[in-house]
Design a protein around this ligand. Structure first.
Ligand code: 3NM
Ligand code: MG
Length: 528
């Protein structure tokens, strides 16, 4: 009979990584105490007698904790110790041959790096796949490319409805485990069954603590995913509630004056900073990688706008720290379809951190989604947009696991469940430079308001392990879009505005004078 395995925390052994003075078996024992749910013995240089001895003793320890044992590569060792399973690489024994040699019910897992590997694994009827490498790793000399969080997500989609289990591997540690789990959920809500880890546990002087952090993260995440699936069935947002909540966010911004950290382009820096101030928040436009960690502790929200990409390293680090602090991260991939460099940079950023909101025009979001429906030209969009924008934003929100804001004369916002349509704005916004970037700033500012509200509601919360960002980012996105578009309508109607030159300062004025009442009264909002 095949054993049902809990793949939540899959320890792959790494004897060569033990810290000085740490005994291998002591490390394994502590890892098991910390909550490892399956152990794979992986020995790349031991001779057969030594491998056999280690495998036997590891098995004894595993049995004490009722944890299954898997052997890497070597069927003879697996047979000799009566292991629960084997793990095969792409150049190891073929699965069909291994099946014939092993007793019925032996678990077989394979390493997968691309869609063909996964398709083969499905047709060969394996029990689980190890997908990687997700992050960079120094533990193994990789012969295939690092695929990133989004790459793992794409392979996980291949497994939808197959019942096959999947773990991700490669550079996973306490600090990035939640991001790895959160970012790889397929559009149907199918997530990883667990994470496979070598160095974060084996290399630790306190493997018990390292394992516990990882295990708690995986457990909390799985519970959260279940709740999400439930919630998506019952979700309902009333228009009145949305506007009331959004108005409160504006009050929060004014009361707390959050720091809005903006890594933005050199065309719009000053006006974005002024828009932030006008709403009552406080801008900081830092770009140096060295200061990102400090800033992450004090900021209310982070905006990454790559209109001119000067410090990619700073963008990568700032986002990682914002994720660790569970703070809002708004991504504005300006002109992402225009060049290969922008496309690969966007992919790298999104593989490294989890955006809370991605905001773009039709061309930018089409490029991110690999959709051919809309062609981008430079940083502006040509054509009229998507035939079904509501479905587009909803599906991209599910894919990227964040709020999507599609801007245009109508703005479309989705969290993957609800779609909100906003019809405020004025054509003159399109005739000044940087209005799109200011919109990103306004969204970040309202998201900071949403974050602060969450912290205010639950000030001493342990920042629950499963939460990737605190606060309702859908409200933050709606608030930011309404603020700028409503301010633009009021500004354009002023008698002193005679063209785009006078429109711009009037726009800042009207952001400055925006009130919760104006927001609720002038909003043209539809909840679909
Ligand atoms: N397999 P760490 S990456 C054993 O990509 C292994 O298939 C990988 O070690 C793959 O957790 C890897 O220390 C090493 O990064 C993972
Ligand atoms: Mg192998």
């Amino acid at each position: 009979m095949r054993r049902e395995i809990d793949f939540s925390l899959y320890l792959v052994t790494g004897r060569e990584l033990l810290p000085p003075g740490k005994d291998y078996f002591e490390s394994i024992q502590e890892s098991l105490e910390g909550g490892v749910t399956v152990v794979q013995v992986r020995e790349k240089t031991a001779d057969t007698a030594e491998f056999l001895d280690i495998a036997l003793k590891t098995k004894e320890l595993c049995q004490k904790y009722d944890v299954p044992l898997i052997i890497n590569d070597r069927l003879d060792i697996a047979l000799a110790v009566k292991a629960d399973g084997v793990h095969l690489g792409q150049t190891d024994m073929p699965v069909s041959v291994a099946r014939q040699l092993l007793p019925a019910g032996t678990i077989i897992g394979v390493s997968c790096n691309n869609a063909d590997h996964v398709k083969n694994a499905i047709s060969e009827g394996v029990d689980y796949v190890g997908i990687g490498a997700v992050w960079g790793t120094a533990t193994k000399k990789l012969t295939s490319p690092i695929i990133g969080v989004r790459g793992v997500g794409a392979l996980l989609r291949e497994l939808d409805n197959t019942g096959l289990k999947a773990v991700a591997i490669g550079g996973i540690k306490g600090a990035n485990a939640l991001r790895t789990l959160h970012g790889t959920v397929s559009t149907t809500g199918h997530g990883l069954d667990g994470v496979a880890v070598v160095s974060d546990i084996a290399g630790s002087t306190k493997p018990r603590d390292a394992a516990r952090t990882l295990r708690d993260t995986v457990s909390a995440f799985k519970e959260q995913l279940q709740n999400e699936l439930q919630a998506s069935i019952n979700v309902s947002y009333a228009k009145k509630d949305v506007l009331t909540s959004v108005s409160k966010l504006l009050n929060n911004v004014k009361a707390y004056k959050p720091l809005i950290h903006q890594i933005t382009n050199n065309v719009v820096t000053t006006q974005s900073a002024n828009a932030t101030l006008a709403l009552g928040a406080s801008p900081i436009m830092a770009t140096a990688p060295e200061e990102m960690k400090d800033l992450s502790r004090v900021l209310g929200a982070l905006l990454v706008n790559f209109g001119t990409i000067t410090s990619k390293e700073g963008m990568l680090l700032a986002g990682q720290f914002a994720n660790e602090e569970k703070k809002p991260l708004v991504f504005d991939p300006v002109g992402v379809g225009a060049t290969d460099f922008r496309r690969t940079t966007a992919a790298q950023l999104l593989n490294t951190w989890q955006a809370s909101v991605i905001k773009g025009n039709a061309g930018e979001l089409a490029a991110l989604a690999d959709s051919k429906e809309v062609q981008a030209k430079g940083v502006d969009t040509s054509g009229t947009g998507f035939s079904d924008p509501a479905s587009f934003v909803k599906s991209l929100a599910r894919k990227e696991r964040c709020i999507i804001v599609l801007t245009g004369s109508t703005d479309w916002i989705s969290d993957g469940n609800v779609v909100i349509r906003l019809d405020n704005g004025h054509p003159m916004l399109g005739d000044i430079t940087g209005s799109g970037c200011m919109l990103g700033t306004c969204i970040a500012t309202f998201c900071a308001g949403a974050y602060l509200k969450a912290v205010e509601d639950e000030p001493i919360s342990e920042r629950s392990l499963s939460t990737i960002v605190r606060g309702d980012m859908l409200l933050g996105a709606v608030g930011g879009v309404l603020a700028l578009t409503i301010a633009s309508e009021i500004a354009a109607q002023r008698v002193d505005v005679r063209g785009t030159g006078t429109f711009f300062p009037a726009l800042i004025d009207e952001l400055y004078h925006l009130t919760p009442d104006k927001l609720t009264q002038l909003a043209k909002i539809q909840i679909l």
